[in-house]
Design a protein. Structure first.
Length: 599
């Protein structure tokens, strides 16, 4: 059974009191018994003197010879003093005894009290009597060197009875004192144990994580110092825990915001940490991945093997991977051993999404191939026309004039292509070019773009209309917006049959301005609506060449609009033609009146 400190102190107090009481009883009883025995010894010595005087008064003389008179005197004196009377002859034989038959009694010459009395005059001893069978006090007195020795004996039964009574009283007093002492000890230790119990409860709450609790310091004893020390320790722990929480929050924020995926794997191949980017790249839930084996979380055996080799070789290893779920997703993985003060305890795996870089590389390769092809066509045409002129066509006025016109036409196409490529190069600057934006009046901007394409439209009898809500303004770069609208209208006019129409409209929707360019041409198939903004992509390559396009116009539109925080996409119209939609941030109505009008 577990005892509290209070009961332990009480038990120790009780044991101490009982031990002290036992010692006190033993010592007291021994001292008391010795005192009573000494008093009895003195009394018996005096009574021995009285017996000697009584013997002389009876006329027995110093020899005290055995006879009826001596025995009668011994019996009478024994009754008067209440003690056993024995007269021992010089040779040790018993001359008279008040309680025994002298004929059967042993020689008393060697009794200690008799020997001491003959040597010193008076002798005494406490021993067990063979005659009476009880412990008795013997006192002997010598009458003379050649005279008998008088001896008185008194049983110690009464003395020891008194000692036992005294012993019982002392025990009772000790018991009462023990109870009182335990009660006082309980009362005195109550405050101490309560303070310690309070400190224990507070320490337990601290151990459970409650570092805001504080110990009371109202006492004036050592528990006050203990409480202050506990409070100081708690304050230090609270500050340390706050620092750890801040550090953990910073690390968690860093891991969450990292563009790279991070996995931490223990030396038992159990996943310890997965940041959100790693979960996205590996198509797994970071919360469910923690605590599972790496082989259960990572489905790419190449990544699993990479981690195991890095842990075995204790060196950093890198490898490019392709996920099984999405072949288009390319990853660059690096596995490095996790080294701590206790040694290597796992592996840290970093993942980088290389899909966009690979896509850009493919786009760049495709762009170079397409640009080379587009450049090769007019250059080859110019060369062949120049060779034809050199071969004699120059001397033919009609053929020479036609060939020169073709050379000029291909040169113009080549110039437009180079201009568009330079425009795209500017829009693709890294870091991205930040245009200078300003509020622009939408209706005026649409009218300006339509005016620039009006000659081409009139030449093909195409009707152009502009419809914009009054007061609309967008926050955009003037150069970029005009370039985008001109390219959109140029495409619409080129691919709209003669006698068709092109409509420009602008409305405000959900705090943004929506600009649409509709035509009555053949439209854009649904499968091509996402790709028409790619460089050199043509829905109908032969028709596009006849129209004189470079294949870069819509790509320029996409880059220009997105640089101004807008969006552009293709739709189908109800009449079957094409609709290009541009959405840009609108200027608040209060500022729209100050929007600059284009000249």
């Amino acid at each position: 059974m577990r005892l509290s400190l209070r009961w332990k102190l009480a038990a120790s107090q009780m044991a101490l009191m009982l031990a002290l009481s036992a010692v006190l009883v033993v010592v007291s009883c021994r001292v008391t018994e010795g005192h009573f025995v000494d008093q009895l010894r003195d009394t018996l010595a005096r009574e021995c003197g009285l017996l000697r005087e009584a013997a002389r008064a009876s006329g027995l003389g110093p020899e005290l010879e055995a006879g009826p008179e001596l025995r009668s005197l011994a019996a009478t004196f024994s009754q008067q003093v209440g003690a056993r009377v024995t007269v021992v002859a010089p040779d040790g034989s018993v001359l008279a005894d008040s309680e025994g038959d002298v004929q059967t009694m042993e020689n008393h010459a060697g009794r200690p009290e008799v020997v001491a009395a003959r040597a010193q005059g008076v002798g005494s001893s406490v021993r067990h009597s063979l005659t009476t069978g009880i412990d008795s006090l013997y006192v002997a007195q010598s009458i003379g060197s050649d005279a008998p020795t008088l001896r008185l004996a008194l049983p110690l039964t009464s003395v020891r009875s008194m000692v036992r009574k005294l012993e019982g009283g002392i025990y009772a007093a000790a018991a009462v004192a023990t109870v009182i002492a335990v009660a006082v000890a309980m009362w005195l230790t109550g405050a101490l144990t309560e303070s310690l119990a309070s400190l224990a409860r507070i320490a337990r709450r601290m151990g459970q994580g409650d570092l805001d609790v504080r110990a009371p310091v109202t006492a004036s004893d050592e528990t006050r110092e203990l409480g202050e020390a506990l409070n100081t320790m708690t304050a230090g722990l609270s500050e340390a825990m706050s620092d750890l929480r801040r550090t953990a929050a910073h690390l968690e924020l860093i891991l969450t915001q990292m563009a790279e995926g991070v996995l931490v794997v223990g030396d038992d191949e159990v996943v310890v940490l997965v940041n959100p980017e790693a979960g996205r790249l590996l198509d797994t839930d970071p919360d469910h991945a923690v605590g599972r084996l790496l082989g259960e979380v990572v489905l790419q055996h190449e990544l699993y093997d990479l981690a195991r080799r890095a842990a075995r070789l204790r060196t950093a290893l890198s490898q490019d991977l392709v996920t099984s779920a999405d072949p288009q997703k390319a990853l660059a993985a690096t596995a490095a051993p996790l080294r701590t003060a206790r040694g290597t305890e796992g592996v840290v795996i970093t993942l980088r999404d290389m899909s966009e870089l690979r896509r850009l590389q493919m786009v760049r390769q495709e762009f170079v191939a397409n640009a080379s092809h587009e450049l090769r066509t007019p250059v080859a045409a110019i060369r062949s026309l120049a060779e034809a002129l050199d071969s004699g066509a120059l001397r033919d006025p009609e053929a020479g004039s036609r060939f020169v016109e073709r050379i000029v036409e291909n040169t113009d196409n080549l110039g437009r292509l180079l201009d568009d490529m330079m425009t795209l190069s500017e829009l693709d600057e890294t870091p991205p070019f930040q245009p200078s934006v300003e509020p622009l009046n939408v209706a005026q901007t649409l009218a300006t773009a339509a005016a620039r394409l009006q000659p081409q439209a009139q030449a093909r009898h195409i009707q152009v209309s502009v419809d914009a809500e009054p007061g609309l303004a967008v926050l955009c770069s003037e150069h970029h917006l005009l370039a985008a609208l001109v390219n959109l209208m140029d495409n619409a006019v080129k691919f709209t049959p003669e006698g068709g129409r092109v409509d420009l409209r602008a409305v405000k929707e959900n705090g943004r301005v929506r600009i649409t360019v509709d035509d009555t041409g053949p439209g854009i198939p649904e499968r091509a609506r996402e790709r028409v903004f790619e460089r050199f992509y043509r829905v109908d390559r032969d028709r596009a060449k006849l129209a004189g396009g470079t294949g870069l116009g819509l790509s320029i539109v996409k880059h220009a609009i997105e640089l101004n925080h807008g969006r552009v996409w293709a739709e189908a119209t109800e009449s079957g033609g094409a609709r290009l939609v541009v959405v840009l941030p609108a200027v608040p109505s209060a500022c729209a009146e100050t929007a600059r009008l284009l000249p």
